[in-house]
Design a protein around this ligand. Structure first.
Ligand code: PRP
Ligand code: MG
Length: 211
C-alpha cells in the first residue's frame, strides 16, 4: 500500500515541495522528467502534475494528497480539505490597475473589464462587494492585458510585485492570501490515511524546526 502524492511538475512550488519531502527524510528516485516516481524509504508514490489539474485529481481520488497553492484550491478545489499549511510560496491574489489610473474604492471597478486566470475567485469576490464586471479569462501573462487594451484591470497572483511593477500596474485590492498547503482527497482510504498521518507528523516536525 502506497500513498499517492501530487506535486507541481514545474513552476514555483516544485523545488520547495521536493525540498520539504527531502527534509522529511524521504528520498525520491530522481524523476524530474518522469511523471511518476517512487520514494525509496517511505510508502509513497510521487506524481508530477500541472498545477491546475491537481484539484480534479484530488476530487477523483486519482491521488490521495497534494502539495499545492491554496489559491489554486480556492479557485478549483471545492470541498477539498487542507491538512497542513506549509509556510512557503506565499503570495496574494490581488486586483491591479494601471498606475496612472486613480482608485478610491472597489466601486471604481464596476462595469470594467478584468483579465484573470482566477475567474471563480474574482467572480465571488466581486459579487461579495456588489460589483459587476466583465471577466476575460487568460491562462498566463495576465499583466500584459491592460497595456494591449484588452482589460481595464487584472486579477492575478502577486509575490514579489515585480511583474506588476514592470507592467506599470498597482495593486489595489488583496482578495486572498495564499501559501503552499498539503491538501487531501475527499475519497482517501483509511489505510492510506494512516500513511498520510505519518507524513503529516514528519512535516510538522520539519516546519517546527524551520520556525
Ligand atoms: C506568476 C503570476 C504573476 C507573477 C507574480 O506568473 O501569474 O504574473 O508570477 O510574481 P511576482 O509578483 O513575484 O512578479 P508566472 O511567472 O508564474 O507565469 P504565468 O503567469 O505565465 O503563469
Ligand atoms: Mg504571470
Amino acid at each position: 500500500m502506497k500513498l499517492k502524492i501530487a506535486v507541481q511538475k514545474s513552476g514555483r512550488l516544485n523545488e520547495d515541495s521536493l525540498g520539504l519531502l527531502k527534509d522529511c527524510g524521504i528520498s525520491i528516485d530522481n524523476g524530474r522528467d518522469q511523471l511518476k516516481a517512487e520514494a525509496k524509504n517511505f510508502p509513497m508514490e510521487i506524481y508530477y502534475l500541472r498545477n491546475g489539474d491537481i484539484p480534479q485529481y484530488l476530487k477523483d481520488g486519482v491521488v490521495d494528497c497534494a502539495i499545492i497553492g491554496e489559491n489554486v484550491l480556492v479557485e478549483k478545489g471545492n470541498g477539498i480539505s487542507i491538512a497542513e499549511k506549509l509556510g512557503f510560496s506565499k503570495c496574494r491574489v490581488s486586483l491591479a490597475i494601471p498606475k496612472s489610473e486613480k482608485y478610491t474604492t472597489i466601486n471604481d471597478l464596476n462595469g470594467k473589464r478584468i483579465a484573470t486566470s482566477y475567474p471563480e475567485t474574482t467572480k465571488n469576490y466581486l459579487a461579495s462587494k456588489g460589483i459587476s464586471a466583465d471577466l476575460h479569462i487568460i491562462n498566463g501573462s495576465v499583466e500584459i492585458a491592460p497595456n494591449i487594451g484588452l482589460a481595464d484591470a487584472i486579477c492575478d497572483i502577486v509575490s514579489s510585485g515585480s511583474t506588476l511593477f514592470k507592467n506599470n500596474l498597482k495593486e489595489v485590492e488583496v482578495m486572498m492570501k495564499s501559501e503552499a498547503v498539503l491538501a487531501v482527497s475527499p475519497t482517501i482510504s483509511s489505510e492510506r490515511n494512516t500513511i498520510l498521518e505519518k507524513l503529516r507528523f514528519r512535516i510538522q516536525s520539519v516546519l517546527k524546526g524551520r520556525d
